[in-house]
Design a protein around this ligand. Structure first.
Ligand code: FES
Length: 130
C-alpha cells in the first residue's frame, strides 16, 4: 500500500499497487496518474507524454526502491526543467513502487495560479516574485 504525499499541500493518498484504474495521463501508477486518480492537480501540459516539464516535482524523502529509476528519456526531458535539482523527477514518468513525498516547486504553483495555464514551460525561467 504505497503512500504518496504532495507538498506543499501536504495531502497523502494511499492505494493498493496494481489496483488503480489507469487514467491515461502519464505512465500507469506514475505520480501523475496517482494525482489524477485522487483529483489532486499536478500540471501536465503534454498529457503525460514526456514532452514538457510542467509535471516537475522534487522528491523529499529517500525513495530507494520506491520510484522507478530515472531512464534516459526522462533524464533528457528533465534537463530542460527550470529549477532542476538532483532530486527532480517528472511526475508523469516515474512510477510509484513505495512511499514517496514530493514537492511541487513554488514557481510552478505560482505560474499556474497566476494564469499561466497549460503551456510548455520547457525553457521558461521562473516568474519574478511580486
Ligand atoms: S506532463 Fe509533460 S512531461 Fe510530464
Amino acid at each position: 500500500m504505497p503512500k504518496v504525499t504532495f507538498l506543499p499541500a501536504n495531502v497523502t493518498y494511499e492505494y493498493e499497487t496494481g489496483k488503480l484504474p489507469y487514467g491515461e495521463h502519464g505512465k500507469p501508477e506514475s505520480l501523475l496518474d496517482v494525482a489524477e486518480h485522487f483529483g489532486f492537480h499536478l500540471e501536465h501540459a503534454c498529457g503525460g507524454n514526456n514532452a514538457c516539464t510542467t509535471c516537475h516535482v522534487i522528491v523529499k524523502n529517500n525513495t530507494d526502491g520506491n520510484l522507478t529509476e530515472l531512464d534516459d528519456d526522462e533524464a533528457d526531458r528533465l534537463d530542460k526543467a527550470p529549477g532542476l535539482t538532483i532530486h527532480s523527477r517528472l511526475g508523469c514518468q516515474c512510477v510509484v513502487t513505495g512511499d514517496v513525498v514530493v514537492e511541487i516547486p513554488n514557481w510552478n504553483i505560482n505560474y499556474v495560479s497566476e494564469g499561466g495555464g497549460s503551456i510548455n514551460l520547457g525553457g521558461a525561467i521562473p516568474l519574478p516574485k511580486k
